[in-house]
Design a protein around this ligand. Structure first.
Ligand code: NDP
Length: 595
């Protein structure tokens, strides 16, 4: 436990740190990778061979080959569909685990619950927190096992999907000239799939090498995801951003670059990693059904529910358990009201963050650098990170932290990066500046979806995002959205995708069994779900408003855009999954129109 602290002083410090980071432009501060910056989005080293455009008919087109698309494919296969075509912009399946192959890439969620279908494929990850290549390999295993590579097309971007009512199918157009048709379409675009750049001038002017972390240029750095960036031995490198991605790649850059400048706007909370190889005895002791039990246990704890045991027992469950469930049960037993409980939760949060800050002092030698690396906000204002090598990297003589005191870098020049009025000359800039969140869904998806009577999803959702259970939207028959729109979000993304895929598989299976040509929600069911979303969201405004800006809170303007949590089912992921399960148990497809 940390030493005593002054809550008033901490509250004031948090508020001051937040205030100095608030920007008038909010979420519009970033630059998309379009126009003169489009090259940043290209797939490095991939030059797709020309191929004949596809004009065939398949049972389903899945847009995206990440975990959500793969799980959708698995369940559609189980529902009896034969021709399932994943269309993917990357040159392989994997989604985020295809694109994010930067050095040090690793999953912060325990591998035994994050990698789906472990029991089904008979695999157990090698360590508690898998590194990227193992996860990517698992994606391929799933794709192969369920025959999802047979019809897949890669390095192909869907541009338009148009419903043909007379034919009862979708026409799918791509940037490779395809005009295939499909009875079902499944947009599975992922929540963090569109990389973005900082909103500073001069990015086009830089004469050196520059890339985003999700498009790592190994032809320049040398090495691979395990390190060995030998070509950097005589290179000065800048990293802009210190989020979860940069925390993982900075130790490698520091190890190999001649000099590394880390440009920081807001420090991350960096907790203990605690990785370990998988214990063979434990592995041998696992009973059938263990994975779902573990997933449920984690999901319950991180959403504030109560569980007798904490099976995962890591930084996620520790902090959230301290903040909510176990502490909460005690507090309620003591007869405390909501305000007193909120005060106690704030106190626990202060304690946790004091520990995080004390860890910085323990691991970073230079007191001024240590001070600059300390996060001053509540634990879940930003996504927590877990790493044992990041903080000690700042003890290296070839690593300089350039703390911008919340202002960020000012501009890029031909020669380097300007911050605090100083130009830092570098040979390479790595943009660890994250991904679009809270921007328009259709713009993010990158394709036009045109439903019945020519209605565009961009227009319909531009007025009001409207779905039934997050999966279907009226006027867009046989279209199923995977991902976090009007659904329950969990830090363990694959849990949501798996639950959604089971629902999708059930609905399509039933529609097929009943000989339906089309399936879509009734207007009433959709309106009712939109109301459920409205009624269940909220309750986090004060917390979000007081937070330092970031993608969780719409860059400090939680009321002005969805951010990460907005527009989702506020009752929590486990409750959302129960809604889906109970609906399926009803067996009558209530709220769906079968045509
Ligand atoms: P983030 O959005 O988390 O971080 C972007 C970084 O760029 C922030 O530090 C931000 O500062 C900084 N930044 C933006 N503009 C500027 C500027 N003008 N000057 C200086 N800095 C700037 O992106 P990440 O790629 O790190 O992570 C995105 C998400 O991906 C994570 O939150 C997580 O959900 C996921 N992820 C998951 C992993 C896993 O283990 N499963 C691993 C890695 C990522 P500021 O904080 O001030 O906005």
């Amino acid at each position: 436990m940390s030493e005593a602290f002054d809550p008033d002083a901490l509250r004031a410090r948090y508020r001051a740190e937040r205030d100095k980071r608030l920007r008038a432009e909010g979420n519009a501060q970033y630059r998309p990778m379009t126009g003169t910056l489009a090259r940043f989005r290209a797939d490095p080293g991939v030059d797709p061979a020309p191929r004949v455009p596809l004009t065939d008919h398949v049972d389903a087109v899945i847009v995206g080959g990440g975990f959500s698309g793969l799980l959708a494919g698995v369940r559609l296969r189980e529902a009896g569909l034969e021709r399932i075509r994943i269309v993917e912009t990357g040159a392989d399946v994997g989604g985020t685990w295809y694109w994010n192959d930067y050095p040090g890439v690793q999953c912060d969620i325990e591998s035994y619950i994050y990698l789906p279908l472990l029991e089904e494929v008979g695999y157990l990850p090698c360590e508690k927190y898998s590194h990227g290549p193992e996860i990517h390999a698992h994606c391929r295993t799933i794709a192969e096992r369920w025959g999802l590579l047979d019809d897949a097309v890669f390095s192909t971007r869907v541009e338009r999907m148009t419903w043909d009512d007379a034919a009862g199918h979708w026409i799918v157009g791509t940037d490779r000239g395809d005009a295939m048709t499909a009875k079902y379409v499944v947009p599975a675009i992922g929540p963090l799939s569109v990389p973005k750049l900082p909103g500073v001038p001069g990015i086009e002017d830089f004469r050196g090498v520059a890339f985003h972390t999700s498009r790592w240029d190994y032809s320049y750095t040398g090495g691979d995801t395990t390190g060995g960036l030998v070509n950097l031995h005589d290179q000065r490198v800048a990293v802009i951003g210190t989020g979860a991605t940069s925390v993982q790649c900075i130790p490698h850059l520091g190890r190999w670059a001649e000099h590394l400048y880390v440009f920081q706007r807001t420090p991350s909370s960096v907790d203990v990693r605690g990785n370990a190889p998988t214990d063979p005895e434990w592995a041998a002791s696992l009973p059938p059904g263990w994975q779902q039990e573990r997933i449920d246990n984690f999901g319950t704890l991180v959403s504030g529910g109560f569980a007798e045991v904490d099976l995962v027992n890591d930084g996620w469950t520790d902090i959230i358990r301290r903040l909510t469930s176990l502490g909460m049960a005690e507090l309620i037993a003591q007869g405390l009201g909501p305000e007193e409980i909120a005060a106690r939760m704030e106190e626990i949060d202060f304690q946790k963050m004091e520990e995080i800050r004390a860890r910085v002092d323990a691991l970073v030698d230079d007191p001024a650098t240590a001070e600059a690396l300390k996060p001053w906000y509540r634990q879940f204002c930003k996504r927590p990170t877990f790493n044992d090598d990041y903080l000690p990297t700042f003890n290296r003589p070839n690593v300089t932290l350039v703390d911008t005191d919340g202002r960020g870098v000012e501009r890029i020049t031909e020669r380097g990066v300007v911050a605090g009025g100083v130009e830092y000359e570098v040979d390479c800039i790595v943009f660890g500046t994250g991904f679009e969140v809270g921007t328009d869904y259709v713009a993010r998806a990158g394709f036009d979806l045109v439903g019945r009577d020519g209605e565009r999803l961009a227009d319909k959702w531009g007025r009001q995002v409207a779905t039934f259970h997050g999966l279907t939207s009226r006027g867009f028959p046989n279209c199923f959205f995977m991902g976090g729109v009007q659904s329950g979000v969990s830090p363990n993304f694959t849990e949501l995708y798996n639950e959604q895929s089971l629902h999708l598989g059930y609905v399509v299976g039933e529609a097929e069994r009943r000989g339906a040509r089309t399936v879509e929600p009734t207007a009433e069911a959709e309106a009712a779900w939109v109301q459920v979303i409205r009624d269940s969201s909220g309750g986090r405004e004060d917390f979000q408003e007081a937070c330092t800006p970031g993608y969780y809170n719409n860059e400090g303007r939680p009321g002005e855009g969805p951010g990460w949590f907005g527009g989702n089912y506020g009752g929590g992921a486990p409750a959302f999954f129960r809604v889906l399960r109970e609906w399926r148990a009803g067996g009558d497809l209530a709220g769906l129109d079968l045509g």
